[in-house]
Design a protein around this ligand. Structure first.
Ligand code: TXA
Ligand code: MG
Length: 309
């Protein structure tokens, strides 16, 4: 495994590795992705193996934009409206997969739907342009663990399971894309994420909740988890706890002293990693308001705090 600055040569090398069925890590505006050729079942299998990911958990195919997405899925008008508003950007659309889609069925874990996202990060876009095919890219962490927001996190998570890491510095948003499903009558919020629910509902109306029992986004109860146990909505730490603060509730780290949810999202995963690295048995987390990006932050914290399997 090597880490390279994202020069033109490095991007060409990454595209050549993808074409050879190998895996590379790429920065996106949300989190780092573990990228493989989405049309190559062997590359998809290598992604599942590198992440130790359950095979029923499908991957997001990354594309340059709406034209490439339309090759893979039947996008209903509301999905196209969302894509036009938020692509390239931190929005993933789940829609019925076309029979002649190029993305391998294995990437969709046997579902009749496909998840598509056009990332905004210039390095991800440059790689998509150089490779000229869809790129499957789950977050570049081992399954169930905290997502990586720096190249060093990726190296820590995956080591030699990845051939090359393109170093784009820290991810600007730090929280995964919002996933909206268009496979049912009404659009469904499958995963809260970097685009706030209100910004989507403003355009296309209310989002339904996912049906029970569907395997969707980070739906495994325990996910995004550090080694330490988490206690949420804690006003103050107990004796054996290290405290992750927010706003006026200060701690070993503070997600955002000003109470800014964007700043908190960008810091969340790196701070969980840093507090975990202190060896503390438990991390207590200050209350985070549930509006805007707070919905996604609280979703991740709840999964990180859930009983482990
Ligand atoms: O921001 C992001 O979305 C990042 C960056 C790298 O793009 N990617 C990411 O991928 O978070 P991943 O694999 O960690 O999460 C993708 C989620 C999974 O929880 C999966 O269950 C869901 O998307 N998903 C994929 N295909 C689906 C489908 N057809 N129906 C429902 N959910 C799907
Ligand atoms: Mg993930």
């Amino acid at each position: 495994m090597k880490i390279l600055a994202p020069t033109e040569d490095a991007i060409a090398e990454a595209a050549a590795l993808l074409a050879a069925g190998r895996l590379v890590a790429m920065p996106t505006e949300t989190v780092y992705g573990l990228a493989g050729d989405a049309t190559n079942p062997a590359a998809i299998a290598a992604i599942y193996a590198a992440k130790a990911r359950p095979h029923f958990n499908p991957l997001i195919a990354h594309v340059q934009g709406l034209a490439a997405a339309s090759v893979e899925a039947d996008l209903p008008p509301l999905a196209i409206e969302l894509a036009e508003a938020f692509w390239p950007g931190p929005l993933t659309i789940v829609a019925p997969r076309k029979a002649d889609a190029k993305v391998a069925e294995l990437a969709c874990a046997g579902l009749s739907t496909i998840a598509l996202r056009a990332p905004a990060h210039p390095i991800a876009q440059a790689l998509l342009h150089a490779f000229a095919k869809p790129i499957a890219a789950p977050s570049a962490n081992r399954s169930g663990r905290v997502s990586p927001t720096t190249a060093a996190h990726v190296a820590e998570e995956l080591g030699d399971a990845v051939d090359l890491i393109l170093d784009g510095g820290p991810c600007a948003i730090g929280l995964e894309s919002t996933i909206v499903g268009f496979a049912d009558e009404a659009p469904v919020l499958l995963r809260a994420g970097a685009i706030a629910r209100a910004d989507i509902e403003h355009l296309i109306g209310p989002l339904a909740a996912p049906k029970q029992g569907v395997h969707a986004p980070g739906m495994l109860a325990s996910h995004y988890a550090p080694r330490a146990r988490l206690r949420l909505n804690a006003d103050a730490p107990e004796a054996d706890e290290i405290y992750l603060g927010f706003g006026p509730r200060d701690g070993a780290r503070n997600l955002s002293p000003q109470g800014d949810l964007r700043e908190a999202a960008a810091n969340l995963y790196a701070f969980l990693r840093a507090l975990d690295a202190t060896g503390a048995a438990r991390i207590a987390v200050a209350p985070i308001p549930n509006h805007g990006l707070g919905e996604a932050i609280n979703d991740r914290l709840m999964r990180a705090a859930a009983p482990r399997t």
